[in-house]
Structure formats: structure tokens, C-alpha cells
Design a protein around this ligand. Structure first.
Ligand SMILES: [Zn+2]
Length: 297
């Protein structure tokens, strides 16, 4: 099985240790969030001694959670309180900005990976304060990354929701290239929910009980009405919007005509390589699937 990391892509563990003890290092990494916006100073995650050094007071902080060690420094996920005034803070602090997590990976892929973990740990902290079974207040486990209920023993781990994203490839015998061979085309669709409406690959969450292959077949059938076969694993990527794991696949067109529901999917069509718009980021798994199609088909 081939994975993205075999191709020289960055791994979260290149310079990050997940379960390290707090070492009280002189400098620390602080991944500071107001809602889902990350604080950057000079386009970087702050490396500082203390939050006070960048003008943050105790009252500004809702959560400060140790999440491991990054480049041999203690690493924290910080959540600011709801009424923290970002605009006022930015006005009085030059080169500081709060950037939506969606855009962080264009700055620094490694920081994006840790930031994605940090926001998911903050969400988990907030969403599992009480036991989902009996309602008692939970405590953080000493032995694993879990919230445990002292009353009934129910354990809650960080929740990760897997989703598939797939290239669907078809040989078009009605569209021959200069050598008389059928052109390879990829199916792309316009989703109604996407903020920046553009053509993208078919994607969707896994349902309880199904395999990755079954999810690919079901999603494709539901969204564009066709049958696919020869499903292969391509690679995966953590996708913290809010807590997914994107599982990239490649499959082949088997049968059927494109038919969209016009509810979730507005339009879908087959694209030649040269017709595909450049993806907005180079490191998303979407971009990597497109790059793979262009280079290998
Ligand atoms: Zn309980």
C-alpha cells in the first residue's frame, strides 16, 4: 500500500512528539485560537516564554492545554475566551493576525498539521466536559488521551470522523487524442455547500458499518448516479474542519450516466487534464489527487 508519506510529504511526527511530559522549556510553542482562527505573529506560530509576553492576560484564556513537544519545545493549544476582542488586540499589536485554519497551510504545512491537532483537542475538551452516558463531570485520564467519567467509567476519546475523497477516471472513446487513444477524464462536481463554489472531487463521510470501498461506491452513486470499480487507496490526510480524516481513493468508471440531485451537488462533468482549474492549495489531498491524475494517467 502506497501512502502520501512515501512520496516525501511532511509528517506531523517529523518534529513533534505527542505524549511528552511538560519540560518547562525556556521557549514554548503556543497555538492560540479565537474560535477557529489561529493567532500568527509575522506569519508564524508564536514561540515565546509566556502568554503575557504577547499581551494576553489570564482573563483572556479559556483553555491552555499541553499537547506535546514541537522542535524540542513544550507545545500548547490555547483557546481565548468568547468575548476576547481580536480587532482591538490586532490594532495594538503590529504583525499579529488571526487567520482561519483553512488558510494556515499556505503558510507552513508543519504548523498546519499541529494547529489541526490543537483545535481538535480544544474542541474535544469543550465537547466532553460531561459524560455522554450519565451526565457526570468527566476528568482527563492520566494514562491515555481520554476523558473518563468518575461515576460510570465511560471513556471518551477524541472523535475523528472519516470521510472519503475520490478521483473517478474514465477512458473516453468518443474523444481520441492525436495518437488515436481514448482520453483519460476525471469526474468533478460542484457542491452546493462549498463557500467558494468550484469543481471538486466527489467526497463524503463514512456511514457506520461500511468499509472505505463501500463508502466510495455509495457516495458516487448518491451524488452523481454512476457505478465505479477498481477502488484503490491513495493516501490520507487529517482534515480538521471540524474533525475529519480524509481518505483519498482512486477508482474507475464502470457504468451509468451522470445524474445529479441538484441539492447537494449542483453540476458534475468529465474533465480532461488541461481543463482542470489549479487547486487553491498544493498540499490538500484534493490537490495531490489531481496532481497524481495529471502525472500518471
Ligand atoms: Zn458517566
Amino acid at each position: 500500500m502506497k501512502t502520501l508519506h512515501d512520496e516525501g510529504y511532511i509528517s506531523i511526527y517529523d518534529n513533534y512528539i505527542l505524549d511528552s511530559e511538560i519540560k518547562n522549556t525556556e521557549e514554548k510553542y503556543y497555538f492560540i485560537f479565537k474560535e477557529r482562527k489561529l493567532l500568527l505573529i509575522d506569519n508564524q506560530v508564536p514561540i515565546i516564554k509566556d502568554l503575557k509576553d504577547i499581551g494576553l492576560k489570564d482573563d483572556d484564556i479559556k483553555n491552555c492545554l499541553h499537547i506535546g513537544e514541537f522542535y524540542s519545545k513544550d507545545c500548547f493549544a490555547v483557546e481565548l475566551v468568547e468575548d476576547f476582542d481580536c480587532e482591538k488586540y490586532i490594532e495594538s499589536n503590529e504583525n499579529h493576525e488571526f487567520l482561519d485554519l483553512y488558510f494556515v497551510f499556505d503558510i507552513d504545512e508543519e504548523s498546519y498539521l499541529i494547529a489541526g491537532r490543537a483545535i481538535q483537542i480544544i474542541d474535544w475538551e469543550n465537547n466532553h466536559q460531561y459524560c455522554g452516558r450519565c451526565g457526570a463531570k468527566t476528568v482527563t485520564s492520566d494514562v491515555e488521551n481520554a476523558k473518563v467519567c468518575p461515576e460510570c467509567g465511560f471513556t471518551s476519546f477524541t472523535r475523528i470522523c472519516p470521510a472519503i475523497i475520490t478521483t473517478i477516471i474514465k477512458k473516453d472513446y468518443d474523444d481520441l487524442d492525436a495518437e488515436g487513444k481514448p482520453t483519460n477524464k476525471v469526474l468533478m462536481a460542484k457542491h452546493s455547500y462549498h463557500e467558494f463554489i468550484r469543481y471538486t472531487l466527489i467526497a463524503g463521510f463514512l456511514e457506520a458499518g461500511e468499509s472505505i470501498e463501500e463508502a466510495v461506491k455509495r457516495e458516487v452513486k448518491e451524488e452523481v448516479g454512476i457505478e465505479v470499480e477498481d477502488i484503490e487507496y491513495f493516501g490520507s490526510q487529517s482534515w480538521p474542519f471540524p474533525n475529519s480524516l480524509m481518505i483519498g481513493c482512486i477508482c474507475k468508471y464502470k457504468s451509468g450516466e451522470i445524474k445529479v440531485d441538484e441539492n447537494e451537488i449542483l453540476k458534475a462533468k468529465w474533465f480532461k487534464k488541461e481543463e482542470i482549474e489549479k487547486p487553491p492549495s498544493e498540499i490538500s489531498i484534493f490537490a495531490r489527487l489531481i496532481k497524481n491524475f495529471k502525472e500518471n494517467y
